[in-house]
Design a protein around this ligand. Structure first.
Ligand SMILES: [Fe+2]
Length: 512
């Protein structure tokens, strides 16, 4: 028998061996990929490691073992009984055996860099692990992954509703059914997740981003091609949306870092994923429920489908567009709406996200010059997400601007009445002055990457100091600094992302 530390369990590759809890409970089966939320739940239940058993006898042996177990210091809770004494490196007694854990003890252990202690078994907690494992297995049987699938009659647009004149008619009346029904998703978002981030969590996020990119490419290739009269399945959008929502709940700052992995090779797909990611964040910040956020993600993902019907020469043109070409581009919302008919199951709100994302609240948008109340709430969110990503992306005809100035543009346009102010406020809650994932220069000349936003002091984020200076002389071990805790360090200005950093796996892993 051997043990595996919980924070080293792969969240990416299927398990080669089943993993057991020290009480003998089977937690993860062979072949499954543990979900990060499960790992966090187990950490809360103070599980620091799981066992691999070679024989059934070993499993039985586990169940009968009543000895002490190893617990990470961070996972100690008040009342835990320490099984064996803990000494400092110099041999002084730090914690006598039998002591009950409390805040002061944890602080002391941390001060002396003790990572783990042994504690006596706790029957109640064993019972909780058992209940967790049983509940989880039942959910897996039912296929929880499909729980939010767009199959709900309340959500799916009917054939009749898909007709363009019907869409215009509903918009004209401004009566959209999209009110919050359930508890806000934002309530589920974990606090302080960034502190629990480890290598496996980073790998998990990156693998999800890569996989979603591939899935999105496949989807858009299908759209561009001839589907032989077959309807294209939209289930893939649901899977992407669910994964992004889970990432948001688990570590929203890390999720925002993903936004800055700009892919140059397939603009439409990179843009689509970024707009989806931003829309999910903003919709959650606006207080929408999980189901509504999920639905909004469909609208975001499909907002530019009409662009697949615009000739690439026009889309990628480096010189100013002729009036005819401009008209062609401005036709993509209508083309998109028509294309939705070739997809299976599209939520009702998506029709408006596609048709209205270029409308502006003051009536200056296109195609219908709709005004505030006639624009669907999802289209209002997608509009801001779309502008932010479009401005910050490099295009063949211009370089992207820094996130900082894109945010300024959005605020100015909100003042002019183009954007919905509630949407922009929610947007700013996530993309504060220096957005997570963007780069800044400090008063020491050093260049740093913003890792976590500070919700109170927008000008003092947590940063990773990567370069000594603007010549990008790199530090061997880029250090993480909370600017609220350092009086002599502050941000001087936003700077461009250093070349190539956003595309190299080595860099990505080191910087998150
Ligand atoms: Fe568009």
């Amino acid at each position: 028998m051997r043990t595996v530390r919980l924070d080293t369990v792969s969240l990416v590759e299927p398990l080669v061996d089943p993993l057991y809890h020290e009480s003998g409970t089977l937690v993860f089966e062979r072949g499954e990929v543990p979900f990060i939320g499960d790992i966090i739940t187990l950490q809360k239940l103070q599980v620091a490691e799981l066992s691999v058993c070679e024989t059934p006898a070993e499993v039985d042996g586990l169940g009968q073992r009543t000895g002490p177990r190893l617990v990470a210091v961070g996972a100690l809770t008040t009342g835990d009984r320490v099984a064996s004494p803990v000494y400092t490196e110099s041999g002084e007694l730090l914690v006598p055996a039998g002591s009950r854990a409390d805040g002061a003890m944890v602080e002391e252990l941390r001060k002396f860099k003790v990572r783990e202690v042994t504690v006596l078994p706790d029957a109640a907690r064993r019972e909780e692990v058992f209940r967790f494992a049983t509940r989880r297995r039942e959910q897996r049987k039912k296929g929880v992954a499909e729980r939010l699938a767009i199959d709900d009659a309340r959500m799916v647009a009917s054939e009749k509703e898909l007709a363009p004149d019907q869409v215009q008619e509903v918009a004209g009346r401004g009566q959209f059914e999209f009110d919050p029904a359930d508890a806000p998703l934002a309530d589920e978002v974990l606090k302080d997740a960034a502190l629990a981030r480890n290598e496996e969590v980073k790998r998990y996020y990156l693998s999800r981003y890569d996989r979603n990119f591939e899935r999105a490419v496949e989807f858009f290739d299908l759209l561009r091609g001839d589907a032989n009269g077959q309807r294209i399945d939209t289930a893939v959008i649901g899977r992407i949306a669910e994964e992004i929502i889970e990432c948001l709940v688990l570590d929203k700052d890390l999720l925002l870092c993903m936004h800055h992995f700009k892919r140059r090779n397939y603009y439409l797909v990179a843009h689509t994923l970024n707009v989806t990611l931003i829309t999910i964040n903003v919709a959650a910040a606006m207080g929408y429920s999980r189901r509504q956020v999920y639905e909004a993600a469909y609208g975001a993902f499909l907002h530019d489908v009409g662009m697949t019907r615009i000739p690439v020469e026009i889309e990628e043109k480096t010189t100013p567009l002729t009036p005819a070409e401009m008209a062609e581009i401005r036709d993509h919302p209508q083309k998109g709406l028509a294309l939705l008919r070739s997809l299976s199951r599209v939520p009702r709100s998506t029709l408006f996200a596609v048709y209205q994302e270029h409308e502006r609240c003051d009536g200056t948008g296109y195609p219908s010059q709709a005004r505030g109340p006639q624009i669907h709430p999802v289209a209002k969110i997608v509009a801001v997400a779309d502008v932010f990503d479009a401005l910050t992306s490099d295009r063949p005809y211009r370089k992207g601007v820094k996130p900082y100035s894109a945010i300024e543009t959005i605020i100015k346009n909100a003042h002019k009445g183009l954007f919905d102010t509630d949407v922009v406020k929610a947007f700013l809650r996530y993309f504060s002055l220096f957005p997570v994932g963007s780069w800044v220069q400090l008063n020491t000349q050093e260049i740093a990457k913003v890792m976590c936003a500070n919700p109170v002091r927008y000008d003092k984020p947590v940063v990773r100091i990567v370069f000594r200076n603007e010549h990008h002389e790199v530090y061997a071990n880029p250090k993480l600094v909370d600017l609220t805790e350092t009086a002599n360090l502050h941000v001087v200005k936003a700077v461009d992302a250093p070349m190539d950093v956003s595309e190299s796996m080595f860099w990505i892993l080191n910087l998150l």
